[in-house]
Ligand binder design. Structure first.
Ligand code: FES
Length: 352
């Protein structure tokens, strides 16, 4: 664990952009009167997304915004390793989990790649200023060890090869989809399912709803028939079963370019000059909303009308956010939002 202190070189000042300030007013409004300090973490996150790191003036601006003593905001900023207290790489700051499960599964090798390819020491900028790295404590993805965090994304089940590919992708502005990098489905068994294999459990009603969605609705190939009753483990070794490849279903695994014929209808500007609040889509923040606007996406019904290939086309233009559109099921969320439904927490519910 590193010592967390403010950087010796600090900027003169910090001010939230108009858009970020407006967004934070909405966040603050979630909390009861007098409890605006509860918004300290989102406010620091927004400050970091705006400047790339947390400076003393940013801490002071957050304290002023939330009517808190500076020291209390400083305590939060210095406690959580999610907050960067010094300038980080322009393209990525890589946080390598170095806690026991990740160590046992190869974190050491990931750290040596950081030292050899990026910078000799944590928090040092790479020669081109594009990258920096640090070692952090458990990020809660031990079952997919070893793993790293880049911004809001995690890259899991890494090997030297896939980690090098991640660095290459980040450098080229085309990182792989976040999540497991070995093709496994979230934290499902690497060799495929060995228990609860009765297809009736995954009929899309309750248990295993995600499987019905990701494996059948999103996969272009016809859905496989539901498996028969579970076979004894000895009669059907796990290794014979196909590994679910959700990333392939997302059109991300092979980096295949989706041709422009699948480009969805994009607008020059929002209808009647008023865009829908795309941040109500779970997983979409101010930065991603801006990228969508730049692409010509402004409305829920616009997204709701896309098909899978349209979504893939958009997804490939989302830089380091690639994979989110599928993971968070934007089409389904937007279909609900287009009907007038609103998430209970104002900032987007979990994917439907
Ligand atoms: S030990 Fe690395 S994510 Fe938990």
């Amino acid at each position: 664990m590193s010592v967390r202190r403010l950087h010796p070189d600090q900027p003169e000042s910090f001010a939230f952009t108009e858009e970020n300030a407006a967004y934070l007013q909405k966040v603050i409004a979630r909390y009861p009167e007098g409890r605006q300090a509860s918004a300290v973490i989102p406010a620091l996150m927004v400050a970091q997304s705006q400047e790339g790191w947390i400076s003393r003036p940013a801490i002071e601006a957050v304290a002023k915004l939330l009517d808190m003593p500076d020291i209390r905001v400083l305590e939060v900023a210095t406690f959580y390793t999610q907050f960067q207290l010094s300038p980080v790489g322009r393209k990525a700051h890589i946080q390598v989990c170095g806690t026991t499960p990740c160590r046992l599964r190869g974190a050491e090798e990931i750290i040596s790649i950081c030292k050899n390819r990026l910078a000799a020491h944590p928090f040092e900028l790479s020669a081109d200023g594009d990258f920096s790295w640090e070692e952090v404590e458990c990020a809660g993805a031990c079952v997919n060890a070893p793993m790293v965090t880049v911004g809001e994304d995690t890259y899991e089940d890494l090997t030297a090869e896939t980690f090098n590919a991640l660095i290459d992708g980040l450098a080229a502005g085309n990182p792989p989809a976040p999540g497991p990098q070995n093709g496994r489905f979230f934290s499902a068994p690497e060799g495929g399912d060995t228990t609860l294999t009765d297809g009736a459990l995954y009929d899309g009603s309750v248990v295993g709803k995600y499987r019905a969605f990701d494996r059948e609705e999103l996969t272009p190939a016809p859905a496989a028939p539901a498996p028969a009753a579970p076979a004894p483990a000895a009669a059907k070794p796990a290794a014979e079963k196909p590994i679910p490849k959700v990333v392939e279903a997302q059109g991300q695994a092979d980096g295949e370019k989706v041709p422009d014929l699948h480009k969805p209808e994009l607008f020059e500007a929002a209808r009647e000059g008023k865009a829908d609040d795309l941040k109500l889509i779970y997983g979409v923040g101010p930065k991603l909303e801006e990228m969508l606007h730049n692409l010509g996406v402004y409305h829920y019904d616009q997204i709701a009308g896309w098909n899978e290939m349209n979504l893939r086309w958009i997804d490939q233009h989302l830089g380091s956010f690639r994979g989110r559109a599928f993971r968070d099921k934007w089409i389904e969320q937007s279909s609900k939002l287009a009907t007038g439904w609103r998430p209970s927490n104002k900032d987007g519910d979990k994917p439907v």
